[in-house]
Design a protein around this ligand. Structure first.
Ligand code: GLU
Length: 257
């Protein structure tokens, strides 16, 4: 199977902004093992800005764009350094790809991106993809890595997209506020009602960005790709998801007639 795994900053870092080494080590080990099983893996990783903030020991995440971009430039190196080191332990090679919305919008550049990913997978290499935050401004930004994950999954012709976050999946209401909230194990069709779970009152926005995850689910499922939202706390969850066992929320990709 060709699988895209997207990991969020909350999975990769402690609240201090510093790396969650135990988590990253486990994640790299599980992804390596899935590659060893024969799956073609692509990693879409956030964390550049967060790690830059940690490395500079800034007290909080900056608001202004130049500082954010500087943090991304610093953090992206750190991120790739750690991935290179961890995956090397399991004899896997990583490759960094940074893209923006403009690269996807431009036919030629998009094709170049696809060609590179295809060739890397043929070489058995793990592409690690992030948005090119140092140049991405409002006009050319993809904006969030959930959407980037879906765009990558479609471009790469993946069969499965997994979004690892700090939430178990999609709930019927905000689980932090509503004791009655239940996890929805499977979504066969993304209806208006489902989309409303990411918006307005009872929104889970600050707690895992459900709105962007549902947006990603629309893009992926329309292209026939299954998508799972799951908690990345225990990276072993990837084994269950890949084996088709219930974990988090599964959005079924639309089957073409
Ligand atoms: N590209 C950003 C980073 O690496 C993260 C964007 C996101 O997580 O949505 O810091």
């Amino acid at each position: 199977m060709r699988i895209v795994v997207k990991v969020g900053t909350s999975t990769l870092t402690h609240s201090s902004g510093r790396m969650n080494l135990r988590r990253i080590e486990k994640l790299c080990r599980v992804i390596s093992d899935l590659k060893n099983e024969g799956h073609e893996m692509i990693l879409v990783s956030s964390g550049a800005i967060g790690m830059g903030v940690g490395k500079l020991s800034l007290r909080e995440r900056p608001d202004d764009i130049p500082t954010k971009q500087a943090c991304a430039a610093i953090g992206q190196c750190e991120l790739m350094y750690v991935y290179d080191k961890e995956f090397s332990e399991y004899h896997h090679t990583v490759a960094q790809i940074l893209i923006t919305g403009a690269d996807i919008a431009d036919k030629m550049r998009h094709q170049n991106f696809k060609n590179t990913v295809t060739r890397l997978l043929e070489f058995g290499v793990l592409p690690v993809i992030n948005e090119n935050d140092t140049v991405a401004t409002d006009e050319i930004v993809i904006g969030d890595n959930d959407t980037l994950g879906a765009v990558v999954a479609v471009s790469a012709g993946a069969e499965l997209l997994i979004l690892l976050s700090d939430i178990e999946g999609l709930y019927t209401a905000d689980p932090h506020k509503d004791l009655e909230a239940r996890l929805i194990p499977q979504v066969d069709e993304i209806t208006e009602e489902i989309l409303r779970l990411g918006e307005g009152k009872g929104s889970m926005l600050g707690t895992g960005g459900m709105k962007t995850k549902l947006h990603a689910a629309v893009i992926a499922t329309e292209a026939g790709i299954d998508m799972v939202i799951a908690n990345g706390r225990e990276p072993d969850i990837l084994y269950s998801i890949v084996s088709g066992n219930p974990a988090g929320t599964l959005f079924k990709g639309k089957r073409k007639a």
